[in-house]
Ligand binder design. Structure first.
Ligand code: COA
Length: 109
């Protein structure tokens, strides 16, 4: 579980372990979107993709995810995975993702 008070620490770990893979989108010197991504040697994983609501439906999300995919291909990662809320499934399908018949499990540690 991500504890919001530790978000900076979590981010530092993610960025250090996966240099260059996460991206931000900037417009007029403001961050308008980001994708936080990692890879573990078997596959890439998108932890968060979000575009500021005032900048949606302008291709920003698509560019962020495409940039991430291009980087993962350089590492010869054959697969990109993620979990998302149900209402975002149509968008991810548009980006070429398939819904797998699997259940997402998690456990508090
Ligand atoms: C999902 C999200 C990242 C999409 O970003 P975006 O910049 O608006 O998407 P894009 O403009 O790049 O969309 C690309 C394509 O998808 C289409 N599209 C956009 N929103 C869509 C939707 N809700 N459903 C289906 N298709 C959609 C666009 O028409 C576009 O198609 P085109 O290239 O053929 O014109 C953005 O809506 C978002 O940040 N949502 C909130 C996500 C969130 O809460 N994340 C945190 C928790 S995990």
């Amino acid at each position: 579980m991500i504890h919001e008070e530790n978000i900076e620490q979590h981010l530092k770990v993610l960025l250090k372990r996966n240099p260059g893979l996460s991206k931000i989108a900037i417009s007029k010197e403001e961050i308008i979107g980001c994708v936080l991504a990692s890879y573990n040697g078997f596959r890439g994983y998108i932890f968060r993709l979000v575009v500021h609501k005032d900048h949606r439906r302008q291709g920003v999300g698509k560019k962020l995810i495409n940039a991430c995919e291009e980087d993962l291909k350089k590492f010869s990662m054959p697969k990109l995975t993620l979990n998302c809320r149900k209402e975002l499934v149509p968008w991810y399908k548009e980006q070429g993702f398939n819904v797998k018949d699997a259940v997402y499990l998690s456990k508090e540690l």
